[in-house]
Unconditional design. Sequence first.
Length: 210
Amino acid sequence: MVILQEISEYLQQGRAPNVKELVQQALKDGIEPKVILEEGMLQGMDIIGGKFKRNEVFVPEVLIAARAMNAGVEILKPYLVSSGVEPKGTVVIGTVMGDLHDIGKNLVKIMIEGKGFNVIDLGVDVSSEKFAEAAIEHNADIVCCSALLTTTMNEMKNVVVMLEEKGLRDKLIIMVGGAPVTQTFCDSIGADCYTQDAASAAEAASAFCS
């Protein structure tokens, strides 16, 4: 449908007013909210994610696309709820204790939301206890831990241990990422998944919950 293609294109350009207007028009035209979300907005974010991965767009473009997506989602939300559309899964995300960096975490959050997930963002300097509490409270499918400092990356191990102690280890996927993190480190602490960039993290989350 042409209108869904236009929603996708305006979203990629970060033109929030146009996205809002076209989402409202699509609803008036009788297009299902789920179809508008998946074939218009999420499809647009998917394209942005791919371009980001290939270094064809950069952080500012991703941020304005995400803003446009959020504008459209705000209009769709009540319709999605009333028609019983469930998110793909729930992800708890945060930067580990002692680390105040959030750019990488925020990008991962945007990309994962762009795949249709409900994301609970705990912010920065998050203790292992807070990760576990949020995972229990929100019945999380995935816990994502971010770190930028070599001095704080070992805190990810504490998150894994805490989730084990709370009996959650077999019920969810633990994903780790950040500049100093490697696949070897991920394996050594018993986490499930390491990805190099935000777009890959979103793809991995989507694959786990498909």
